[in-house]
Design a protein around this ligand. Structure first.
Ligand code: NAD
Length: 405
C-alpha cells in the first residue's frame, strides 16, 4: 500500500443513513488488476484527474492509493487477496478496481465474489445507456436508459450446491424424501442439487436502495423483475416483500405518483425490454435474473465491453466500482485495451461521491470522441470512417477534450 500515512486525513466519512461526507482531497484505494488492468487504470486516472481539476479549479483532488489484489498481490505478499486490501476498502469506503483473473479448475474462489461477500456489497449496480456512434444490434438504442439493481448476496449464487453421485447429494435427497416428503425429483440418483435462499431483509435493502436511487435521480419508476409465477416463495417473496417495503417506506411518494413501483415476470421483461425499452427505468431484481438482464441490456447498446458497474452497500456506504469485463489476456500489454468500462465506472464513483460536475465533463468528452469516430479499435472499427487509437492515445484525447471543455 502506498502513501497510507500521508493520506489518512483525506478519508470519506459515512454519516447516518449511509450518507457520505467527502473531503475536498479524497483518498481512493485502487486495485490495478491483472491482464489489461495496468493499462486501463492509468488511462482512467488521467481522464478523471483532468475532469476533477477542470470542474473544481484545483479545489478538489483524488489521491489514488494503490492496494494489491490478484497476481501482483500473490507475487509480493503470497496471497491474492491480502487482509490489508479488504481493510483499506472498508476504511476508505469508496474504491475502484480493474479486472482480476480467476484461475479455472484450481479451486481458487473468484476474488470479485470474495470482495463482494466480505464487504457485504449487496447491490450490483449496472447503468445501461447508449453513446452516439457506438454500434448497436437494435433499431433504437437511444431508448435504452436503465439502471439495474441486482441483488448480490443471495439466490442460487449463494454457492450452496452438491454434485450428483456424492454422499452430500444423496444425504440431501434422503432428507428431502424422508423428512420433507418430497416426491418431485424425477431422477434422484443422477441429480445435483442447489439451494436458493431469498430473504425478506435481503430483498428489502435492495428494493429500498433502488427506490431511493429513483427518487434522487428523478427516474420515477422502479420495476421488480422476478419469476414469482414459478418460484412462489423465493422469487414471489421478492415481489411481495419488495412491494411491502416500498409502501411502508414511501407512502407519500407513491400516493403522489412521484414514485411508481410495478413488477414484471423475468421472461416477459426480456421481451419487453427489447420491444419497448423506453417503458423501463430502474430495475430491481434477484441475483441470477440480474446477471442475464444486465448483460442483455448492455448488448442492446453495443456496450457489453464498455459497460460500467459497481458493488455497493448503501447502509455502510462501502462501494467498489469496477470494469465489468475480464482481464483480456489476449490483448494485454499491447496498448489496445478499451478503458471505457473503467472510466465510466469511475464516473459512477464521482456521482456516488457527489462530484457530478466532473462526471458530466467525462461523459461529454466520451460523447464527443465517439461522435468524431475516435475510439479504441474494438469500437472504432464499427464507426464509419472511425480512427483507432491506442489505450494511452485515447486517454490523452479524452483528457484534452475534458480540459478544453
Ligand atoms: P474477457 O472480458 O477478459 O475477454 C473477452 C473478450 O473481450 C476478449 O476477446 C477480450 O480481448 C475482449 N475484451 C475484454 N476487455 C476488453 C477491453 N477493455 N478492451 C478491448 N477488448 C476487451 O473475458 P474472459 O476471457 O472470459 O476472461 C479472462 C479472465 O478475466 C478470466 O480469468 C476471468 O475469470 C476474468 N474475469 C474477471 C472479471 C472481473 O474481474 N470483473 C470479469 C470477467 C472475467
Amino acid at each position: 500500500m502506498i502513501n497510507r500515512k500521508e493520506t489518512i486525513m483525506s478519508k470519506i466519512e459515512v454519516m447516518q443513513g449511509g450518507r457520505l461526507s467527502v473531503p475536498e482531497h479524497v483518498t481512493v484505494p485502487f486495485v490495478a488488476g491483472d491482464g489489461v488492468g495496468p493499462e486501463i487504470m492509468p488511462a482512467m486516472q488521467q481522464v478523471i484527474d483532468a475532469a476533477v481539476a477542470k470542474a473544481y479549479g484545483g479545489r478538489r483532488k483524488i489521491e489514488w492509493m494503490e492496494v494489491l489484489a490478484g497476481g501482483k498481490a500473490q507475487e509480493r505478499m503470497g496471497t491474492s487477496l491480502p487482509d490489508e486490501t479488504l481493510a483499506a476498502f472498508a476504511e476508505y469506503h469508496v474504491g475502484i478496481k480493474g479486472p482480476l483473473m480467476t484461475p479455472v479448475g484450481t479451486g481458487m474462489r473468484s476474488l470479485n465474489v470474495a470482495l463482494r461477500q466480505q464487504l457485504d456489497l449487496f447491490t450490483c449496480l449496472r447503468p445501461v445507456r447508449w453513446f452516439n456512434g457506438v454500434q448497436s444490434p437494435v433499431k433504437h438504442p437511444e431508448d435504452v436508459d436503465m439502471v439495474v439493481f441486482r441483488e448480490n448476496t443471495e439466490d442460487i449464487y449463494a454457492g450452496i450446491e452438491w454434485e450428483a453421485g456424492t454422499d452430500e447429494a444423496r444425504k440431501f435427497y434422503t432428507f428431502l424424501h424422508d423428512a420433507m416428503g418430497v416426491r418431485k425429483v424425477r431422477f434422484p440418483e443422477t441429480s445435483s442439487f442447489g439451494v436458493k435462499p431469498v430473504s425478506r431483509e435481503g430483498t428489502e435493502r435492495l428494493v429500498l436502495a433502488a427506490c431511493r436511487y429513483a427518487l434522487a435521480s428523478g427516474r420515477k419508476k422502479v420495476t421488480l423483475v422476478h419469476k414469482g409465477n414459478i418460484m412462489k416463495f423465493t422469487e414471489g417473496g421478492f415481489r411481495r416483500w419488495g412491494y411491502e417495503a416500498a409502501r411502508r417506506a414511501f407512502p407519500d411518494e407513491l400516493a403522489s405518483g412521484q414514485l411508481v413501483v410495478d413488477d414484471c415476470i423475468a421472461d416477459a421483461f426480456l421481451q419487453n425490454a427489447l420491444l419497448r425499452p423506453a417503458d423501463y427505468s430502474v430495475i430491481a431484481t434477484l441475483n441470477l435474473n440480474g446477471d442475464y438482464i444486465s448483460d442483455m441490456l448492455a448488448a442492446m447498446v453495443g456496450g457489453i465491453g464498455i459497460s460500467p458497474g459497481a458493488n455497493i452497500n448503501y447502509d455502510t456506504g462501502n462501494a467498489i466500482f469496477e470494469a465489468t469485463h475480464g482481464t483480456a489476456p489476449d490483448i494485454a500489454g499491447k496498448n489496445v485495451a478499451n478503458p471505457c468500462s473503467l472510466i465510466l465506472s469511475a464516473c459512477m464513483m464521482l456521482e456516488y461521491m457527489g462530484w457530478t460536475e466532473a462526471s458530466q465533463l467525462v461523459m461529454a468528452a466520451l460523447e464527443r470522441s465517439f461522435g468524431e469516430g475516435c475510439a479504441t479499435a474494438d469500437l472504432s472499427r464499427f464507426m464509419p470512417g472511425g480512427t483507432a487509437l491506442g489505450t494511452s492515445a485515447f486517454a490523452d484525447k479524452l483528457a484534452m477534450l475534458v480540459a478544453g471543455a
